[in-house]
Ligand binder design. Structure first.
Ligand code: MLT
Length: 325
């Protein structure tokens, strides 16, 4: 038994509460959802939307804490060390699964330190530029960046983040070496793209769509197999003549030793949130969606997480990328 689990159980016993009794009383205080990136980015937007809905079912406020840094691994490390009582959770995306292939010393074990609560949403990335970049469409964009890559800046949210993985895949695909600029999340990176301080950003549709619709940035392509209903003019990468298929997803996690009955309660609250028309509509407007309802179980989340750890380990190793640090 880990020290954390032992300490948590000792605390329960001191209070005279058994694990099932604790699960029944749960939650007894406000819940914190850790977001591993800066405020204003796509993970933060999804977390706030979910938190607002889940707090109605759970009867306690849900606070969002942005613990940014090291490509999203700082927030994951915070969760791994948290009390396993269901009052500290983490929302994270596929970067949690990719991290062990990129970082030698995470300070936690990706395979054994997290309990899956449920899958949240899935959607594509959008490749976009500042408005002042000369190419007006994907046909002109790809030859342009091939010729000018070294002069161009591409923003991302740290090594292993979605935006970083997208930038790496795009560089490989085009044989182009961009100047990378790391931020603590794509929220501040998007602000700099809108402001024209950086040239290119590959971000989740959640953040990109409002800026594209507001004509603040230019979209060249989406990384999904089909065009998005909300961006009908923007081609897929395949239509644009480049191969980059990237689908991102978020899941909700608790520390591993959290009692199963608490995880079930959280899964039920998550399902209730995902069903809400307000959530479904916001997801649709962001070009993202929930998973099919059959996949709203804890087991389906744990399965996808385990598969993605293997998938990213293999694909990053095949690309010659080794864990650093
Ligand atoms: C964010 O919320 O800032 C993003 O999820 C970061 C990323 O992975 O690109």
């Amino acid at each position: 038994m880990s020290i954390t689990r032992r300490a948590a159980l000792a605390g329960l016993m001191a209070l005279g509460l058994s694990t099932p009794a604790m699960a029944q009383a749960y939650p007894t205080k406000p819940i914190t959802i850790i977001v591993s990136f800066a405020a204003g980015g796509p993970s933060d937007v999804i977390a706030r939307l979910l938190g607002e809905q889940m707090s109605k079912t759970l009867g306690q406020p849900i606070l969002i804490e942005n613990v940014a840094g090291a490509g999203g691994t700082a927030g994951a490390k915070r969760l791994a060390a948290a009390e396993p009582d269901g009052h500290t959770l983490l929302i994270h995306h596929l970067a949690l699964a990719a991290a062990p292939a990129l970082y030698g010393n995470l300070g936690y074990n990706t395979k054994t330190d997290f309990a899956a609560i449920g899958l949240v949403n899935t959607g594509p990335m959008v490749i976009a530029s500042k408005l002042a970049l000369p190419p007006q469409d994907a046909k002109a964009f790809f030859p342009y960046i091939k010729q000018n890559a070294e002069k161009l800046t591409i923003a991302h949210a740290g090594v292993g983040s979605n935006s970083h993985l997208c930038a790496v895949l795009m560089s490989q695909q085009l044989g182009a070496k961009f100047t990378q600029v790391a931020y603590r999340g794509t929220g501040p990176a998007m602000n700099d793209l809108v402001g024209g301080q950086i040239d290119i950003l590959c971000d989740q549709s959640t953040s990109a769509i409002p800026q594209i619709q507001g004509q603040k940035i230019r979209a060249y392509a989406v990384t999904s197999a089909e065009r998005l209903d909300v961006l009908p003019e923007t081609p897929t990468m395949t239509e644009a003549g480049a191969k980059l298929d990237m689908t991102i997803w978020h899941g909700l996690y608790a520390p591993k030793a959290t009692p199963a009955a608490v995880l079930d309660k959280l899964n039920a609250a998550l399902r209730e949130a995902l069903k809400q028309p307000a959530v479904q509509e916001r997801f649709k407007a962001f070009g993202t969606s929930t998973f099919p309802e059959a996949q709203w179980t804890r087991e389906a989340h744990a399965k996808l997480f385990a598969e993605e750890i293997e998938k990213w380990a293999q694909s990053l190793a095949a690309a010659g990328i080794k864990p650093q640090g």
